[in-house]
Design a protein around this ligand. Structure first.
Ligand SMILES: *[C@@H]1O[C@H](CO)[C@@H](O)[C@H](O)[C@H]1NC(C)=O
Ligand SMILES: *[C@@H]1O[C@H](CO)[C@@H](O)[C@H](O)[C@H]1NC(C)=O
Ligand SMILES: *[C@@H]1O[C@H](CO)[C@@H](O)[C@H](O)[C@H]1NC(C)=O
Ligand SMILES: *[C@@H]1O[C@H](CO)[C@@H](O)[C@H](O)[C@H]1NC(C)=O
Ligand SMILES: *[C@@H]1O[C@H](CO)[C@@H](O)[C@H](O)[C@H]1NC(C)=O
Length: 216
């Protein structure tokens, strides 16, 4: 698959350039640039173009925030301009609404999971479409995940229950169209769960009442 070749390239570059200790690692810079490509160069990331400095120093809130610790990205927030303007979504790319038909959420998340220090990830209104892949659980440091206002459909993968540090999960304004999982209460640190404006089915499981703030 196309995305696995990119990963090999990145690992090779990492071997050659891992020596820099203060700046963001070359390896992670390449991953950020790949993510930008996956997201089809959204507006808030235009300033990455022809910028050769440390991406950790380039935040422009609220549209784009990058925070780093020990030369690794710990926080990534991107807010695009593709807010959801349709009421129905059949699972295929929509011109001018979602990312294009060649976007692969699976490849995108594969690349994303190389940023293993990520604690806060917010990807809002970017036209991301597809099923949330199981492998998202590889972001084991994650404390907050927000993918509001995209075109995520299907179910919430049970592997999310392995993100034991998760405190906040927000998927508002997507097309999640399965039942609400029972396992949310196994995430002992989860205090905010927000799934508003989706296409959820069935009852709200009683196990969820332990979570302090939940919104449906
Ligand atoms: C980037 O930020 C670090 C620490 O926040 C600082 O030491 C460094 O001088 C900055 N570099 C640039 C090019 O602004
Ligand atoms: C950064 O390094 C310090 C000291 O080694 C460590 O305590 C801290 O947890 C590290 N932070 C991250 C995000 O890895
Ligand atoms: C969710 O929506 C997709 C796309 O419309 C559809 O293919 C799928 O069958 C739906 N799933 C459920 C559980 O309704
Ligand atoms: C998409 O947007 C472009 C530029 O705004 C416009 O020219 C084009 O007609 C739009 N296409 C559709 C299918 O709406
Ligand atoms: C849950 O939160 C507490 C208090 O902030 C913290 O000590 C603990 O390590 C967290 N648990 C996990 C699995 O991160």
């Amino acid at each position: 698959m196309r995305c696995s070749n990119l990963v090999v390239m990145v690992v090779l570059s990492w071997i050659f350039f891992a020596s820099s200790t203060h700046q963001l690692r070359y390896y992670e810079t390449q991953i950020l640039l790949q993510l930008r490509k996956h997201l089809e160069n959204p507006m808030p990331l235009a300033i990455w173009e022809n910028y050769n400095g440390d991406l950790c120093n380039l935040s422009s809130p609220p549209q784009m925030i990058i925070k780093c610790e020990n030369s690794s990205v710990t926080e990534l927030r991107i807010m695009g301009e593709k807010s959801v303007k349709v009421s129905e979504f059949n699972g295929f790319a929509i011109p001018n609404q979602t990312l294009s038909g060649s976007f692969s959420i699976d490849c995108f998340v594969t690349t994303l999971t190389r940023l293993t220090s990520l604690k806060v990830l917010s990807l809002v209104s970017l036209g991301i479409w597809g099923h949330l892949p199981d492998k998202i659980h590889r972001l084991y440091s994650l404390e907050a995940l927000d993918m509001s206002s995209n075109f995520i459909f299907g179910s919430i993968p049970s592997e999310i229950s392995r993100l034991v540090k998760l405190q906040t999960l927000t998927l508002d304004g997507n097309f999640v169209n399965d039942t609400i999982p029972e396992w949310f209460d196994s995430l002992t640190n989860l205090t905010v769960l927000s799934l508003q404006n989706n296409r959820l089915k069935g009852q709200i499981p009683s196990t969820i009442s332990r979570i302090f703030n939940f919104y449906f």
